[in-house]
Design a protein around this ligand. Structure first.
Ligand SMILES: Cc1ncc(C[n+]2csc(CCOP(=O)(O)OP(=O)(O)O)c2C)c(N)n1
Ligand code: SF4
Ligand SMILES: [Mg+2]
Length: 281
């Protein structure tokens, strides 16, 4: 396994540095966890595609030396789907912000999950539109301050993993930027999973969420993650009152009964070919 310095030397595109991320931003923690996972899984650079939408988090794809595309706001999943259909042999890893994936791209999330297309979606949930200066997203906790809600948000946020699971996602998991070994383990499981996998990473945007909501230094955001993320096994034993304000981390759901989409599509091709053969016989 490569050291952090070796990971940077091996996987980063030096001509794309320096990166744009603010000091204390969680995006680097997530990207380094992903590189550690790819390295530990021994995946060849040419066998990995990293596709992202638009946002601070989505910049991650451009910094690393795989097959990559930094696409359109909200459209990372349709482009990833097209790529996976054309090249089912690739490990397609999709990176998306909370705004990218749950607002403008929310519809695509539902359908990627429903189809069980074999890619791994990593949601960088920093509870805000970071890149555009701090507007609230569907994942911003109710009662937060945002540039679009100077007198606090009044809309309940939703649980993106519950939504994905209800839509048909066959692997859902959550970690935080505090729980890095758990994050690496979940990324590994997600990448190995044959159908659609989604891993939500609770992360911090000190500049546009932390500052407006007076959370303090970036380390305070990590402390909050440590105090509020509860391992699934412990979570299952908590009553409603003890769960208040906290969230489960770990693998939250997994099933293997649904066929992966490109495999099901191969069967469509085989049926069509058999039918043509029959007609021409
Ligand atoms: C079609 C379209 N609408 C709006 C924008 C402006 N825009 C760019 S990034 C962004 C929000 C990013 O928030 P999020 O997805 O949470 O990513 P973060 O920056 O927080 O990582 C928006 C609204 C855009 N680029 N394209
Ligand atoms: S604005 Fe927020 S999300 Fe964007 S780089 Fe800065 S800290 Fe990170
Ligand atoms: Mg965001």
């Amino acid at each position: 396994m490569r050291s952090m310095e070796e990971l940077v030397d091996f996987y980063f595109r030096p001509n794309r540095l320096p990166h744009i991320w603010c000091p204390g931003c969680g995006n680097g923690v997530i990207l380094s966890a992903l590189l550690k996972t790819i390295d530990a899984e021994n995946l060849a650079k040419d066998d990995v595609a990293i596709i992202s939408g638009i946002g601070c988090s989505s910049r991650a794809s451009g910094y690393v030396d795989f097959n990559t595309a930094n696409t359109l706001h909200g459209r990372a999943l349709p482009i990833s789907t097209g790529l996976k259909m054309a090249r089912p042999d690739l490990h397609v890893i999709t990176l998306s912000g909370d705004g990218d994936c749950s607002a403008i791209g929310g519809n695509h999330l539902i359908h990627a999950a429903r189809r069980n297309i074999g890619l791994t979606l990593v949601v960088f949930n920093n509870s805000i539109y970071g890149m555009t200066g701090g507007q609230y997203s569907p994942l911003t906790p109710m009662g937060s301050k945002a540039t679009t809600a100077p007198y606090l948000t009044i809309e309940p946020s939703f649980d993106i993993l519950d939504l994905a699971q209800a839509a048909g996602a066959t692997f859902t998991a959550r970690a935080t930027t505090y729980h890095v070994p758990i994050l690496v383990d979940l990324l590994r499981k997600g990448i190995r999973h044959e159908g659609f996998s989604i891993i939500e990473v609770v992360t911090g945007c000190p500049t546009n969420y932390g500052r407006q909501n007076k959370i303090g230094a970036p380390a305070k955001m990590m402390e909050w993650q440590k105090d509020h993320g509860v391992m699934k096994a412990a979570w299952d034993k908590l009553d409603e009152a003890a769960r208040e304000g906290k969230f489960p981390i770990g693998v939250l759901s997994e099933r293997t009964d649904l066929k992966e989409y490109t495999k099901a599509y191969d069967e469509v091709i085989a049926r069509a070919q058999a039918s043509v053969k029959e007609e021409t016989a």
